[in-house]
Design a protein around this ligand. Sequence first.
Ligand SMILES: *[C@@H]1O[C@H](CO)[C@@H](O)[C@H](O)[C@H]1NC(C)=O
Ligand SMILES: *[C@@H]1O[C@H](CO)[C@@H](O)[C@H](O)[C@H]1NC(C)=O
Ligand SMILES: *[C@@H]1O[C@H](CO)[C@@H](O)[C@H](O)[C@H]1NC(C)=O
Ligand SMILES: *[C@@H]1O[C@H](CO)[C@@H](O)[C@H](O)[C@H]1NC(C)=O
Ligand SMILES: *[C@@H]1O[C@H](CO)[C@@H](O)[C@H](O)[C@H]1NC(C)=O
Ligand SMILES: *[C@@H]1O[C@H](CO)[C@@H](O)[C@H](O)[C@H]1NC(C)=O
Length: 363
Amino acid sequence: MFKLLLLVLTCAALAACQNNTNSSTFTNPILDIGGADPWVIRHDGWYYMMYTNNENISLLRSKILTNWNTAESRLLFAPSPGLNYSTDLWAPELHSINGSWYVIFTADPRNDSPPPEVEMWCEYNCPAVHHRMYTLEGQGSSPWTANFTFKSQLDTYDQFAIDGTYFQHSTGLYHIYSCWYRQYDGWPANLCITKLENPFTVASSFSERQIISTPTLPWEKTPYGRASNDRLSSNEGPQQLTNPKTGQTFVIFSAARSDNRNYCLAQLELVGSDPMNPADWRKHQNPVFFQNPAEMAYGVGHASFTTSPDGTEDWIVYHGMKDPLNGWAARTIRAQQFTWNEDGTPRFPKPGYGPYSIPSGQN
Ligand SMILES: *[C@@H]1O[C@H](CO)[C@@H](O)[C@H](O)[C@H]1NC(C)=O
Ligand SMILES: *[C@@H]1O[C@H](CO)[C@@H](O)[C@H](O)[C@H]1NC(C)=O
Ligand SMILES: *[C@@H]1O[C@H](CO)[C@@H](O)[C@H](O)[C@H]1NC(C)=O
Ligand SMILES: *[C@@H]1O[C@H](CO)[C@@H](O)[C@H](O)[C@H]1NC(C)=O
Ligand SMILES: *[C@@H]1O[C@H](CO)[C@@H](O)[C@H](O)[C@H]1NC(C)=O
Ligand SMILES: *[C@@H]1O[C@H](CO)[C@@H](O)[C@H](O)[C@H]1NC(C)=O
């Protein structure tokens, strides 16, 4: 009753409460309120979603992938004030590994406003200098009933780290995250990989850390092709994606800058056998998912991947902007189906608003 009233008030306030999902089609976004860095997992007949809310780690669940407006929400974790991970909780992801649930997320202290005596070391201004990666652990078969507790900081050698994800491979478990070369760089933001001993402990030493991608291509820089310095050039939001038919392994990541229209998705393929060997990764020379001005879909990135309820279709869940002039606040969460090319690489659609067919098996 209380919930219903809240919903009505929210819808009235937004002046937009139409259901975006029919029995056959849906439209984007899939959540009326704004959101960024969505992460979705399908488990036991439910879809679970997390996204950046800055303050805490909340888990949403829904029977349908295409409408989260009335989804139930459960608080998994809220940090106490005054810790290194009390503010700017970003890009949480929920993974089932080895029979337990893990949440991996980014956070910082004091809304990361570094004191002048830290900031002075940075090449450019570097408000993200204290961002680090952390984990929660929960036991139980369902993430909805598991109790999550703070588990660890993932060692990134006291250097900038955001958007970390788990990468699972026959040779073990890895941490792939957005990193700087040195402690006070500011930019560029690269993709680093380290080996994990378990989901909450890093095994690699600093000298073993490897950089598997840097924003060197014109579309990975902001503004496009920037030549004079690397400011704002970013590789971030890495996500593992495996072709279910061929077994080819990809890391789809976001490039350029998340607050403008040029943010896009890029692709690395693991073409060798060792994820820790940068030469074993092959980068696609063009973005694989990018702005579609004809439909006013801009700044599309930070994706995660799931399947239709019957498991026959692959779906991408990502954020994008209709208004590319309003920066981070303009981001909303969207979903679309994608398929595969002849060579086994993912074939992403043009981003847009639909109506699109609902996922196969969705009632
Ligand atoms: C929207 O409509 C679909 C299809 O009729 C229905 O399954 C779903 O429950 C509705 N969602 C909301 C939030 O009303
Ligand atoms: C619902 O279906 C009708 C056609 O039956 C279509 O015109 C409309 O755009 C659909 N709405 C959504 C939100 O998909
Ligand atoms: C978690 O943070 C969000 C975003 O600030 C807030 O709306 C929500 O109330 C918080 N949840 C709880 C249970 O505190
Ligand atoms: C908090 O972060 C600072 C800067 O990275 C670090 O020196 C300090 O050891 C951290 N504190 C704890 C308790 O981990
Ligand atoms: C989580 O904690 C609550 C309250 O302490 C308890 O009732 C519940 O059984 C716990 N759940 C699991 C899966 O251990
Ligand atoms: C999985 O769990 C087993 C038993 O608890 C443990 O020995 C093993 O190291 C774990 N593997 C990983 C990758 O965490």
